[in-house]
Design a protein around this ligand. Structure first.
Ligand SMILES: *Cc1c(COP(=O)(O)O)cnc(C)c1O
Length: 379
């Protein structure tokens, strides 16, 4: 089945009790049993909910996976995943990652005895010195946030193949439209569905998608035991978002290319980070593992001061100054004081995240209107 058909149909059946073509919002906490223990497969809504079931199937299908597990947020998904591990276990992570993930790992999970190594994985062999008998997982985010570096998922899976190590990929930036990590050898895909999957900036949601049954059963056990489950209305909104993912992503990619090229030619702009440039250091990997380059990018100004960056950030009209990404509307943000403020400044600078860096989530408005908006702000 082609992607466009899959995003609309896969995993979703009309409601068996009414024929409703769109999955109803089952706003209930419990289900009536005919006799003790005799029920229709639903007992209590933390454990099972029909709206969530349909979404989990649709998400699994979107990533070419077998099992989807949904959560109340992207971070709830990562938090639950980390409960697979025991004190003393080690996890190797890319060093250019979402600030909230870094905070969850270092401020919460280190207290419970997990050990994290943050490593530049744009060079896959950098993993090797950190792999040992306690390594349990490699955590990847690609394209990375906010520098749009690309990690070679296939190569990293190949290096760690002989070991008993799970490979997990935060696929939020690419979305299943552009990249399917399970097909490249990963064991776990994670999404903040708050972003491109929902697509309309009206819901917070997260998910994990896997192929191996045993791993899925462990994660369903943790989903139910720890209880960070999404509400049915949120599940409905993600189901609806998923149906237009391909048309939205096509436009995000087209507009992204227009804006990235425009910024690169602009006399006041120093560097543009976007993985669709042929001279991007990881362009070949991006071309091989992605179907397009998306609408996320970041840039610095020739005048590398906070004041100059703040002037741009507060002058755009169509690009709204806000955290988050992946919605139909364009957003502009300042990682150092917004999404990445939870990473210490020295750590940020070491990873190449300048104070003046500006991040764009290019939406699906008219590209010329977006260019004019940036033109005025840069002037
Ligand atoms: C937003 C985001 C998260 C966290 O997801 P929430 O839904 O906000 O909890 C994780 N990773 C990436 C790349 C994100 O952009």
């Amino acid at each position: 089945m082609q992607q466009a058909t899959k995003f609309i149909h896969a995993g979703v059946e009309p409601d068996p009790s009414t024929g409703a073509i769109m999955t109803p919002i089952f706003q209930t906490s419990t289900y009536v049993q005919e006799a003790p223990g005799k029920h229709k497969g639903y007992e209590y809504a933390r454990t099972q909910n029909p709206t969530r079931d349909q979404l989990q199937k649709a998400l699994a299908a979107a990533e070419n996976g077998a099992y989807g597990i949904s959560f109340g947020s992207g971070l709830a998904a990562i938090d639950t995943l980390l409960k697979l591990f025991n004190p003393g276990d080690e996890i190797i992570c890319t060093n250019d990652l979402y600030g909230g993930t870094y905070r969850l790992m270092t401020k919460v999970w280190e207290r419970y005895g997990l050990k994290f190594h943050f490593v530049d994985l744009t060079e896959p062999s950098n993993i090797e010195p950190f792999l040992n008998e306690r390594t349990r997982m490699i955590w990847l985010e690609t394209p990375t946030n906010p520098l749009l570096r690309i990690l070679d998922i296939k190569e990293i899976c190949h290096i760690s193949k002989e070991r008993n190590v799970l490979i997990a990929v935060d696929n939020t930036f690419a979305s299943p439209y552009l990249q399917n990590p399970l097909d490249l050898g990963a064991d776990i895909v994670m999404h903040s569905a708050t972003k491109y999957l929902g697509g309309h900036s009206d819901v917070v949601h997260g998910c994990l998608i896997v192929n191996k049954e045993e791993l899925a059963q462990q994660l369903y056990f943790l989903q139910n035991s720890c209880g960070a489950v999404p509400g049915p209305q949120d599940c409905f909104l993600i189901l609806r978002g998923l149906k237009t993912l391909h048309v939205r992503m096509q436009r995000h990619c087209e507009n992204g290319a227009v804006i990235a090229k425009y910024l690169r030619e602009h006399p006041k702009v120093e560097t543009v980070h976007w993985c669709g440039f042929e001279d991007h250091p990881n362009y070949e990997v991006a071309k091989a593992q992605m179907r397009g380059f998306g609408g996320m990018m970041s840039f610095t100004l020739k005048n590398d001061s906070l004041e100059a960056a703040y002037a741009v950030l507060s002058s755009t009209k169509l690009f709204s100054l806000a955290e988050s990404l992946g919605g139909v509307e364009s957003l502009i943000g300042h990682p150092a004081s917004m999404t990445h403020a939870s990473i210490p400044r020295e750590e940020r600078l070491r990873n190449g995240l300048a104070d003046s860096l500006i991040r764009l989530s290019v939406g699906i408005e008219d590209a010329n209107d977006l260019v004019r908006d940036l033109e005025k702000a840069l002037a």
